[in-house]
Write a protein that binds this ligand. Sequence first.
Ligand SMILES: *[C@@H]1O[C@H](CO)[C@@H](O)[C@H](O)[C@H]1NC(C)=O
Ligand SMILES: *[C@@H]1O[C@H](CO)[C@@H](O)[C@H](O)[C@H]1NC(C)=O
Length: 220
Amino acid sequence: MASRALGPARSLLAALLAPALVSLLVSPARGRGGLDHGDWDVERRLPPLPPRDDAPRVARFVTHVSDWGAVATISTLEAVRGRSFADVISFSDGPPGAGSGVPYMYLSPLQQLVSDLRENPQATLTLSLAQTVFCRKHGFDPQSPLCVHIMLSGTVTKVNEKEADYAKNSLFLRHPEMKTWPSSHNWFFAKLNITNIWVLDYFGGPKVVTPEEYFNVTLQ
Ligand SMILES: *[C@@H]1O[C@H](CO)[C@@H](O)[C@H](O)[C@H]1NC(C)=O
Ligand SMILES: *[C@@H]1O[C@H](CO)[C@@H](O)[C@H](O)[C@H]1NC(C)=O
């Protein structure tokens, strides 16, 4: 039902996106913030990995230096209803050097992900240092635990008015292109309310970190 109703909206979306795609071809990419805006891919700007035996700190580090991740939901797509389904989202936990640990996102009701979350707000966000220079520099394959990755599980909730300013600033600073996303898509600010954390940063299986330990970490 929902997907039928979204049919015309999707065609409209495609029509709206066409000019945007053309402009992408003629103008430089603005997806990453550049200098002083979280461009961690510049080797000298990636802060050092915290000690691997401090799993809560490692988790906060990965969340903070990541610009995007895979978010898995329980699908409402007819073909795969009830199965896990992962999409890519851009997020930010705060301005560079001042991460809050809370993954903020900018979502639209046009996203399949949002339809899924309306039925079941539970989601798991997986982040990997493979998106930074860290793993390439050390020669770690993305699947190796040495190429640190974490899973954050919880529920996705819309942020309230008070928190929206922080979410907006955190996201737009590190993803400037978001400012230009079409307002007709009714973007809103959301966050992952983290309830469970797993850290894969060494051999021997994932380490479990509690939200209390995770949010207790202060990054400098
Ligand atoms: C976040 O999750 C905790 C634990 O499940 C719950 O008590 C709290 O109400 C949730 N917060 C929001 C904003 O949903
Ligand atoms: C919070 O951090 C302090 C200082 O690092 C530490 O002593 C304490 O054990 C931590 N508490 C939790 C719940 O992690």
